[in-house]
Design a protein around this ligand. Structure first.
Ligand code: HDE
Length: 716
């Protein structure tokens, strides 16, 4: 086209150089908008200095407030409008900045700039979230976690809007409003908040067998991660990667946490709702502030186009995963989260992710859930962020330039110069101009998938298997994980009031996953279960694998004590050497030691030294720790043994399968708490050196799993 300066030989106007950004590009772009009030006078939004911020303007000291008071009106008016709609799902979230860096070039899979150069750090912003609860709900509820990453690449923003589970509840986006209405607090009384344990959720999922696989994941301990750093992430859908030659391959995205996978225990998660409702967001914030950054490896499972149909499930079906034993996850780079936002609202609340935000080299498939998502995110953000200019909000702006002929609308910030807001034009030199199609030019060209079909409202028969991967997941769990899943179904269904819904789950759904699972949950509800699977063969499906060990949380335990939080219990008369010795050995291996005392008053050690507590028995309870050490010193242990909080600390730690060590007289507190002394995961010794190595080893396994069957004997 003659007016396209890209192609017009007579045009020598400017055009975009290839953009080279750095790890800091996003932070630098936000700098323009940061505001620091230090040293400034208080002023109105119009810049007028305010001389009295305590009294409104009145007709007489005791008289009515005057309409004329523009200072008062402006302040109240802004305050009255501070809230925006929260996200319809994923309302509660917490985010951090960081960067992504490839290990080596992944050019053989994708031409996306973000994957090409191992020396290149691309800025990212990641928001973690729960799904069901409102903005003010608890962090540790049983729920899916969102894991949404915005890559600010040289070629535009790429959003990988994933979850911490690799599958989803439904196969077609048209069912999303039904699903969300069912799982959300019930419409008549807005109960329960942040929970799936209620009638409408179980009613829906038991009538929708395709939900079974994902529900099983949410009944596992994955539903309450110990820390965002201990959580896997998944792009869920099958995407396409396109290389420079235009060749496409199917790809699933994975985030693998370098700190290993660890979850809470249900009883612990529930207690945390009260003890620290901000448990996950607080830990991420504190860790980043203290330089303990979060790290994840980005991996891809690649399937060649010709292998599309070689699996016993459909790659387009979002209720299915590709077992890692069939297609290994190839690591392609690492993401580090290393900076907290400056302002929660401006960044975490206003960030707008969308799976439709892709860059050249990444493309979609016909997964009908993904196709629906491509519409939904922009649509909801129009309402949530007040119109079509939300891409101008600083956190949402790309780090490369973005020019086009879109104009006006609410809250427009950009001052577009020139007269031509159309293309082609000859008035403004033909700018901004299209990028002629050709891979080296960097324009987005959709993958030319051949589509030759009838228009039809139907579900593909290849989506008909609803159970085989649920069975695969169940088979892949360790005995402890299975017990926790049985406990989870039992608990959730105990909150379902309508008996026919409980019966439907136990008699018609669970047996199709596993007869023993159904029998055990049935036993707990006094419901007899069938002795053979009730679903028709095509719904049961058949998995080529019997199990997939990668699906167990135990497959990626941390193996060391880095970032683990350990309480050292002390009171007056404590042996200071035990405290110092334990602390220095823990910290040397990257763990965080917290000295916990009955109060915040400095503790007088037996030697006369002073030990400063980091927290109190009841303000930093055992549910916020990974392990406990009781320091010696006869007087200290007597005081702790006489404290209900001290005794409870150990009982609860025991119940939650935590490693417990006692040095010297410290064993007295174990005796008082009824914690067995001769058991795995309990370490007694006269000195720190006696206990440390086996204690640390036990912590590296996250929990003392062998204690699981005894945990319930402890009345904490
Ligand atoms: Fe979302 N989802 N979703 N979702 N989703 C939203 O977008 C939607 C799905 C996910 O931290 C909403 O801006 C539909 C799967 C995350 O800001 C909304 C369907 C996966 C976040 C929306 C799905 C996700 C959202 C609400 C089925 C994992 C939070 C507010 C077709 C791969 C992002 C918003 C953040 C948020 C729609 C299913 C992940 C309404 C229609 C599957 C992590 O647009």
């Amino acid at each position: 086209m003659a007016n396209n300066p890209h192609t017009n030989p007579n045009s020598n106007g400017p055009h975009d150089e290839k953009f080279k950004t750095s790890e800091n590009s996003k932070s630098e772009s936000l700098e323009t908008y940061r505001s620091d009030a230090e040293g400034h006078d208080l002023r109105t939004n119009q810049g007028v200095r305010i001389s009295d911020n305590h009294n409104s303007l009145k007709a007489g000291e005791r008289g009515p407030t005057l309409m004329e008071d523009f200072i008062f009106r402006e302040k109240l008016n802004h305050f009255d409008n501070e809230r925006i709609p929260e996200r319809i799902v994923h309302a509660r979230g917490s985010a951090a900045h960081g960067y992504f860096q490839p290990y080596e070039t992944a050019a053989k899979y994708s031409k996306a700039g973000v994957f090409q150069d191992p020396g290149k750090k691309t800025p990212v912003f990641v928001r973690f979230s729960t799904v069901q609860g409102p903005r003010g709900s608890n962090d540790t509820v049983r729920d899916v976690r969102g894991f949404a990453t915005k890559f600010y690449t040289d070629e535009g923003n790429w959003d990988l809007v994933g979850n911490d589970m690799p599958v989803f509840f439904i196969q077609d986006a048209i069912k999303f409003p039904d699903f969300v209405h069912a799982v959300k607090p019930e419409p008549h009384n807005e109960i329960p908040q942040g929970q799936s344990a209620h009638d409408t959720f179980w009613d829906f999922v038991s009538l929708m067998p395709e939900a079974t696989h994902m529900v099983l994941w949410t009944m596992s301990d994955r539903a309450f991660p110990r820390h965002y750093r201990n959580m896997e992430g998944f792009g869920v859908h099958t995407f396409r990667l396109i290389d420079k030659q235009g060749k496409a391959r199917f790809a699933k995205f994975h985030w693998k946490p370098l700190a290993g996978t660890c979850s809470l225990i249900w009883d612990e998660a529930q207690k945390l709702w009260g003890r620290d409702p901000d448990f996950n967001r607080r830990q991420m914030w504190d860790d980043i502030e203290s330089g303990n950054f979060l790290e994840y490896e980005l991996g891809v499972q690649i399937v060649e186009e010709e292998d599309e149909h070689k699996f016993d499930f459909d790659l387009l079906d979002p209720t299915k995963l590709i077992p890692e034993e069939l297609v290994p996850v190839t690591p392609i780079g690492k993401m580090t989260l290393n900076r907290n936002p400056d302002n929660f609202f401006a960044e975490t609340e206003q960030v707008a992710f969308s799976p439709a935000h892709v860059v050249p080299g990444i493309d979609f498939t016909n997964d009908p859930l993904l196709q629906g998502r491509l519409f939904s995110y922009l649509d909801t953000q129009m309402l949530r962020l007040g119109g079509p200019n939300f891409h101008e909000i600083p956190i949402n702006q790309p780090v490369c330039p973005a020019h086009n002929n879109q104009r006006d609308a609410m809250h427009r910030q950009t001052i577009n110069k020139g007269q031509a807001s159309y293309e082609p034009n000859s008035i403004d030199g033909g700018w901004p101009s299209e990028t002629p199609a050709a891979p080296e030019n960097g324009g987005f060209e959709s993958y030319q998938e051949r589509v030759d079909a009838r228009k039809i409202r139907a579900r593909s028969p290849s989506f008909g298997d609803h159970y085989s991967q649920a069975t695969l997941f169940w088979n892949s769990q360790t005995d402890v994980e299975k017990e926790h899943i049985i406990g989870a179904y039992t608990f959730e269904l105990s909150k379902v009031k309508r008996p026919w819904i409980r019966e439907r789950v136990i008699k018609e759904i669970l047996p199709n996953i596993d007869l023993e699972l159904a029998r055990r949950v049935g036993e707990n509800h006094g419901i007899e279960t069938p002795t053979s699977k009730p679903a028709p063969a095509e719904e049961l499906g058949a998995s080529t694998l019997v199990d997939s060990p990668a699906l167990s949380l135990m497959a990626r335990l941390p193996g060391n004590i880095k970032y683990r939080k350990v309480a050292i219990l002390v009171a007056d008369g404590v042996d200071a050497d035990h405290v110092e010795g334990t602390k220095s050995r823990l910290e040397a291996e990257g763990a965080q030691a917290m000295v916990i005392a009955p109060s915040m008053a400095p503790v007088k050690a037996a030697s006369g030294q002073t030990v400063s507590p980091d927290g109190m028995l009841n303000s930093e309870p055992s549910v916020t720790m990974d392990a406990v050490v009781v320091a010696g010193g006869a007087e200290s242990v007597t005081t702790l043994s006489q404290s209900g909080d001290g005794v409870y600390y150990l009982q609860e730690a025991y119940k939650h399968l935590k490693a417990i060590a006692a040095i010297g007289e410290g064993r007295g507190l174990l005796a008082k708490a009824g914690v067995p002394m001769q058991e795995d995961g309990i370490f007694l010794g006269a000195t720190v050196d006696d206990i440390f190595t086996p204690f640390a080893e036990a912590m590296g396994k996250h929990r003392v799993w062998s204690r699981d069957s005894k945990a319930n004997t402890m009345p904490a």
